[in-house]
Design a protein around this ligand. Structure first.
Ligand code: FNR
Length: 187
């Protein structure tokens, strides 16, 4: 069985190290997973004034989530939380009331930072948010990737074998998480 995974990069930067990590994960993913990006950079700021007439870009964003079997959030930590752009995207995904496309969507969170605790606090915040949206989030393994110069090359190859092995195992665990939730929802 193959699964489509929409991945969301929390950074809007052209030079994003989390986008580099995303590329690496697409290379390491098992063949059952088909990863495609769901972009968030063109979404306007959410307001519930839009709820009765969603802009096309926001509707396309929601449709892409709906069409995915699972979601992978690859995010930096900004000021010990998630970037505003990512929170904005999640707000669009959950509205209007009763039309939350994150409901029941198997998800996983990963991120990288050069900082010593490497996105751990942002990931905890994101878990809290996703828990409220009722998206089942992979609990283990946790993946706080400490970014160092040269860790990932421009083609997305991980240059440290232990990190490559860890990330391969992470993507396998995510696949199992998706399979479990898929099987439960098709009982
Ligand atoms: C950061 N950075 C950062 N790093 C961290 O580990 N914890 C933090 O709370 C913050 N806070 C923070 C706020 C803002 C506004 C910026 C721009 C940066 C540093 C951050 O990890 C680094 O810039 C990464 O390169 C960001 O990831 P992307 O955007 O390159 O994927």
């Amino acid at each position: 069985m193959t699964y489509t995974v929409g991945y969301i990069v929390g950074s809007l930067s052209q030079k994003s190290i989390n986008r580099k990590l995303a590329l690496a994960l697409t290379r390491l993913a098992p063949p059952e997973l088909h990863l495609t990006e769901i972009p968030i950079g063109e979404l306007p700021l959410y307001s519930h004034d839009h709820d009765h007439d969603y802009p096309a870009v926001a509707q396309e964003f929601k449709d892409a989530i709906k069409a995915s079997d699972a979601l992978l959030f690859i995010t930096p930590e900004y000021n010990r939380s998630i970037p505003g752009a990512l929170k904005n995207a999640i707000d669009w995904a959950t509205r209007p009331y009763g039309a939350n496309v994150l409901n029941g969507k198997p998800s996983a969170i990963i991120g990288t930072s050069p900082g010593p605790i490497s996105t751990a606090v942002a990931q905890q915040h994101l878990k809290t948010i996703l828990s409220f949206t009722n998206a089942p989030v992979l609990g283990q393994p946790e993946a706080y990737i400490h970014f160092t110069k040269g860790l990932i090359d421009d083609e997305g190859a991980i240059q440290v074998p232990a990190t490559a092995e860890f990330l391969t195992g992470y993507m396998r665990a995510f696949t199992e998480h998706i399979r479990r939730h898929h099987d439960i929802s098709h009982l």
